[in-house]
Design a protein around this ligand. Sequence first.
Ligand code: ADP
Ligand code: MG
Length: 264
Amino acid sequence: MATKSTEIAKQLTYLAGALKAPRILESAVRLADQARDAGWSFEDYLAAVLEREVSARNASGAELRMRAAGFGARKTLEDFDFDTQPNVRNQVAALASGGFLTEARNVVLLGPPGTGKTHLAIGLGVTACRHGHRVLFATATDWVTRLSDAHRAGRLAAELVKLRRYGLIIIDEVGYLPFEQDAANLFFQLVSSRYEHASLVLTSNLPFSGWGGVFGDQVVAAAMIDRIVHHADVLTLKGASYRLRNKGIDTLPSIRTTTGENEN
Ligand code: ADP
Ligand code: MG
């Protein structure tokens, strides 16, 4: 009997190694005791062992995806206080299911500084990582730098193809700095290459009417907004800056629609 269980233990060690699932070894033994005590069927036992492995894999995969995404700070939708933004509560709750990613829909977060646009964008990114999607987060300026570098090196097309393998790209702070003509064109190519293929989340402190000033061209801006908004949820955040709450400061200087203002 002792020899038989030693044989099985050896075989399990080999099989778990071959499957690259070393955790199965531990859960198989632990769950077998539980199964005997509780009188599980063979099928119940197998499902329990496999389920442990799958959820451990998902959790470590999500963690890897979050680290690779480049979120400045880890913010989640669960941490967001919707009492300050009650009018987006239902929209965000619907997005939290992750369905927008499989439908390649976009999300646009608009509103004044400090109202939680970046927080919600990262929160949606974290949700996407948990749902198994690869995510990249950067500011609009950083995206343009990345695309310009690729363009100069003659590999813009390859870069855009590579980026399409990411289920979600987050473009933070559209409108903080106006773009040169070349930069606006690169940005347009990024938006076009993802249109109806993969999702974008964008944040801006400017309403769409101010985007012409950012892209230096009303026609380019209109064509871009058209593609972004065709399949999108637009969330408009309102009110005073969350950063300034309880600081005795009620309002910030208003945002100019041509250059934008950096609040930091
Ligand atoms: P924005 O991008 O609109 O300028 P942020 O998302 O950067 O604003 O928010 C500023 C700070 O306030 C961040 O630390 C963010 O986590 C926090 N914050 C903003 N709104 C909320 C909220 N409703 N609930 C919890 N934290 C918030
Ligand atoms: Mg922000």
